[in-house]
Design a protein around this ligand. Sequence first.
Ligand code: HGY
Ligand code: MN
Ligand code: MN
Ligand code: MN
Length: 409
Amino acid sequence: MHDTLRINGQRLISRLERLGEIGALPGGGCCRLALTEEDRQGRELVISWMYELGLQVSSDAMGNVFGLRPGTEDSPPVMTGSHIDTVRTGGIYDGNLGVLGGLEVIETLNEAGIVTRRPLCVAFFTNEEGARFAPDMMGSLVYVGGMSLDDALATKGIDGQRVGDCLEQIGARGSEPVGNPDVHAYVELHIEQGPVLEESSITIGAVEKVQGISWQEFCFTGTSNHAGTTPMRLRHDAGYAAMATGSFVRELANRIGGDQVGTVGALQMEPNLVNVVANQASLTVDLRNTDNDRLKQAEAELLDFIERLAEREGIEVQHRTLARFDPVPFDTDMIDCVEASAKAFGHSVMRMPSGAGHDAQMLARVCPTAMIFVPSVDGISHNINEYTAPEDLEAGTNVLLRVLLDLAG
Ligand code: HGY
Ligand code: MN
Ligand code: MN
Ligand code: MN
C-alpha cells in the first residue's frame, strides 16, 4: 500500500514561507487576523493552490473553504485541514501547516497517479483563533452546527465590527449551507504549540483529547479620582480590581491542579493616566484544564473572588462568557491509526492531550477525528519566533499522508 510514497518537504516549506509573506511582521512571523485584508489575500493564495492541484473548490456561508479531490467512490470525504488566520503576533506554522500539509499530500498523490476510493478534502475554517471575534474555532463550530450562522454573523469583534459585514467586505461568504456536514473522518496536522514533544525528544504526538477552554471578559466600573488627594479608604479603583483579578488567576491556576492554566491576556484601563485612579478596566480570563470538573471549580472560584472584591471595593462588574468548550476526546481507532503510521515510518510517537483549541475538536462532534502533532522549538507559539524543524514538518506530513491513505482506501 504505497509504502515508499513520501511527500516533498521542500515544496511544503516553500508554500509555508510564501503564505507567511502575507501579513509578514518585521522580524518574522505574521499577522493575518480573521476576515482582514491579510486574511483575504491568504485565502486567495491558498485557493489558487487548490485550483492548481485540480481540486473542486467550494465555500460555505461562514467562509469555510473546501478543496475536494474525487475518489473512485462517490461517498463522504476523508477531510484534513485547519486554519490560515493567525493571532496578531503569529508564526507561520500554526494552522497553516494543517492546510498546506493537506495540499502537499494531494500533490504527492497527483504525482503518483493515485486515486483513493473515498474522496479527499482539504479545508480551512474561518476564524479559528478567536483573537478578533470570540469564540475561537467559530467557523468549524458553525460548520458542525454548534453555533447558529445568524449568531456567528452578528458577533462583534474587539474592534466593534461584525463577522457578517467583514465576510462580505472580503468577499468570503460562500453559498454552501452550514450545520449538517457529511464527513467520513477528519485528521488535522498541527504544531504542538507547547514544550512536551521537544522535552520528551519525541517526533510525533498522537493527540488523545483537547482540553476544556473557558474565555471570560470582566468589565469593572469604579470612580476616577485624583491619585494624590484621594485617601485609599475612599477609592473605588477599577484598575486595582483588574490587577487583583490577574494575580488571583495566577494563584488559582497553581492551586486547582491537574494541568490547570490561567491567563489574563487582554487588559484595558481608562483613563489610563499616571495621576488618575482608573474608573474603567476590562480584562479577559482564559482558563483551561483537561479535567472539566476542575475547570468548573476554577470558574466558580474566580466568580466568587470577583464578587467579593467588587463588594469590598464598591465597584460594579459586568461579566461575559466569550467561549466555553468542554474537553473533547478523539476517536480511539483514529488515535491508533496515527500512532501506527508514525511507527511505520520509524518515528518516535507519544499520546498526549492538546493544550490549544483546534478545529478538530469541532469536527469530532460529527465524525471520527484525530490530530497529529509535531514539535514546537522551545515550545513557543502565538509568537513570531514560532518554529518547527524541517525534518519534523516532513515527518508529520508523511504521517498525515499515510493516515489519509489508510482512511480513504
Ligand atoms: O486559543 C486557542 O487555543 C486557539 O489557538 N484558538
Ligand atoms: Mn491553530
Ligand atoms: Mn493559534
Ligand atoms: Mn488553535
